[in-house]
Design a binder for this molecule. Structure first.
Ligand code: ADP
Ligand code: MG
Length: 265
């Protein structure tokens, strides 16, 4: 198995707070890897650092899907062009646009026309538009969302909005996907549908996925390895069966429950 994402000794400080300390791990090609940890552990910060929203205070992140390239410090859109895309903890869709248009926007980075073509709507531009429309539809079919193509994104039920968001990330042609708590706020049926959706795109599209999720059943049932963060550090990196019984992991989650209990009083 070859590794496609290498995180080496990454630190991220916010003022005096070390949100990430000395994080190192690799993700292998084709893996569906979980990233878990109590609230505030640094999971989203790590995604922000990998996807280029934040620059690490120190350390490096390398993508080796095509050629090996250090991506830490690059702009987010450059990292997306190199094949890595993400979704956010809160849904970020173009809500007033149709499902199809949301996908077309994501494909926009591959449009081959010049600004002049666009302004005067040359035949070249129209040809390109038609090609993108048909590719967007084919893509929607491949993720079984084509029946929703003309629906406004905001009119979809929550579970389908989440699926659309994942589809849109994929439409950039990314092969490495970072999903930040996609099941947050879902009922058990939506969570189950989402698990099937993630499993399916993972297999059929040959993706490498790093998945942050609080729903333990979901994470345990679909990942082959889980990395656990606590207070910005990796405290475990193992197969799901071993994570379940790892004393440090149990302790970290018990700590969280205690805090919630105190907060709830
Ligand atoms: N932009 C920021 N500025 C300051 N502190 C931040 C910022 N982003 C995250 N943090 C802090 O970093 C820690 C990790 O947060 P986060 O990565 O969101 O955790 P998680 O996603 O695991 O719940 C928290 O203490 C949070 O308050
Ligand atoms: Mg988070």
């Amino acid at each position: 198995m070859s590794s496609v994402l290498q995180i080496k000794r990454v630190n991220k400080a916010f003022g005096g707070l070390m949100a990430l300390s000395d994080i190192s791990f690799d993700v292998n090609e084709g893996e569906l890897c979980g990233l878990i940890g109590p609230n505030g552990a640094g999971k989203t910060t790590l995604f922000n650092v990998i996807s280029g929203l934040y620059t690490p205070t120190s350390g490096s992140i390398t993508l080796s899907n095509q050629s090996s390239k250090v991506i830490s410090g690059l702009a987010p859109y450059k990292i997306t062009q190199l094949g890595l895309a993400r979704t956010f903890q809160n849904i970020r869709l173009f809500k007033e646009m149709t499902v199809l248009d949301n996908i077309k926007v994501a494909m926009h980075s591959q449009i081959q026309t010049s600004l002049l073509d666009t302004l005067i709507r040359t035949p070249q531009y129209r040809k390109e538009e038609a090609r993108i429309e048909s590719e967007a539809l084919t893509f929607l079919k491949s993720v079984k969302l084509d029946h929703l193509a003309q629906k406004k994104a905001s009119s979809l039920p929550y579970g389908q909005q989440r699926q659309l968001e994942i589809a849109r990330a994929l439409a950039t042609q990314a092969k490495i996907l970072l999903l930040d708590e996609p099941a947050a706020g879902m009922n058990p049926q939506e969570t189950e549908d989402l698990a099937q959706f993630i499993k399916k795109i993972h297999q059929e599209k040959g993706l490498t996925i790093l998945l942050i999720e609080h729903d333990m059943n979901l994470i345990m049932s679909i990942t082959s390895r889980i990395i656990v963060l606590d207070y910005g550090k990796v405290i475990a990196n193992d197969v799901p069966e071993k994570i379940k019984t790892n004393p440090r992991v149990i302790e970290a989650y018990l700590g969280e429950e205690r805090e919630e209990h105190v907060e709830g009083q």
